[in-house]
Design a binder for this molecule. Structure first.
Ligand SMILES: NC(=O)c1ccc[n+]([C@@H]2O[C@H](COP(=O)([O-])OP(=O)(O)OC[C@H]3O[C@@H](n4cnc5c(N)ncnc54)[C@H](O)[C@@H]3O)[C@@H](O)[C@H]2O)c1
Length: 277
């Protein structure tokens, strides 16, 4: 049972590939809170994903769009306004893909053609989307755009590789475009920096399961899951966060501000005792 936090609001949700996707949970929550929205994903998702099942379940229009293609985004935004009957109040950018990570190429040896594609899909796509929304005057005043990111944009997590660079760019675009969109239309733009989450994109990172457990131990509240991330997204789409913009907001159970967890200190002192005896 929702609280009608998004009643009367219209939006677009990118990136619900299957029920593990963060965007899938966001779509369920937005529906529960009374929003009307269009679902979108890459055309290839029609073959490899279950976006259509979700669209049927939620009675939401589904428009495929490749985020690297301007014409796809232009069509998506125009069609969405037509189908939903007006300007948009919220947009979720939940898109990411790294070719070098997928092909297990180590960071010091990155293939630059792959890297171009990674930056294009995972970061420049946000600029392209915002530029389309801007040109079509598609966002309503006090509208809200949220993109998903990861703390590797600030601190080194070696296996996250080039996605760290993509997320740095994504967060920078959030600030830069946030300024312009705020000035012109009072539209707010933020990133949510989410805990490791067991999804198709997340599990593609080498050693994901061990890292998931590490982060869970390091975070005083444990890892944040996709359902709680969806709740946070709803709060950022709602009218209760109107003055929040250009921020990178950690949704990580406290991981980002924890220096070390006592469990690791105990393990280290046990092994030190083992060494000295
Ligand atoms: N899973 C994690 O551990 C984690 C942690 C922090 C941030 N994130 C971020 O959350 C977001 C969502 O990822 P997820 O974990 O839900 O995984 P996911 O694989 O379910 O979602 C990624 C989505 O990106 C879409 N996509 C890829 N290329 C595209 C293209 N060219 N055009 C349009 N869509 C395209 C995929 O079809 C998929 O729906 C990503 O930005 C990811 O980096 C994930």
């Amino acid at each position: 049972m929702g609280n009608n936090l998004l009643k009367g609001k219209r939006g677009i949700i990118f990136g619900a590939l299957n029920e593990n996707s963060i965007a899938w949970q966001v779509a369920l929550k937005c529906k529960e809170e009374g929003a009307e929205f269009v679902l979108t994903n890459a055309p290839v998702a029609a073959r490899v994903g279950q976006t259509e099942t979700l669209a049927t379940q939620l009675n939401a229009p589904l428009i495929y769009a490749d985020v690297t293609k301007m014409e796809d985004l232009e069509n998506l935004v125009s069609q969405s306004m037509e189908k939903l009957g007006g300007q948009l109040d919220f947009v979720l950018h939940s898109v990411g893909m790294s070719l070098n990570v997928r092909k297990k190429i180590p960071y010091p040896e990155l293939n630059y053609e792959y890297m171009h594609q990674t930056l294009d899909i995972s970061a420049m796509s946000l600029h392209r989307l915002l530029q389309t929304l801007w040109a079509k005057d598609a966002m309503a005043e006090w509208g809200s755009v949220v993109a998903l990111t990861y703390i590797a944009a600030q601190r080194v997590f070696p296996d996250y590789s080039e996605m760290a660079d993509a997320k740095s760019l994504l967060e920078s675009i959030t600030r830069s475009f946030g300024y312009h969109f705020g000035k012109r239309s009072k539209v707010r733009i933020n990133t949510i920096s989410q805990s490791p989450t067991k999804t198709t994109a997340g599990s593609g990172v080498a050693g994901f399961d061990a890292f998931f457990n590490y982060a869970d131990t390091m975070s005083p509240l444990g890892n944040a899951n996709s359902e709680t991330c969806a709740n946070y997204c709803v709060s950022l789409f709602s009218d209760y966060t109107r003055m929040v913009t250009m921020q990178n907001l950690f949704h990580d159970g406290g991981f980002s501000f924890t220096g070390v967890a006592s469990e690791f200190m105990e393990q280290l002192s046990d092994s030190a005792l083992g060494k000295s005896s």
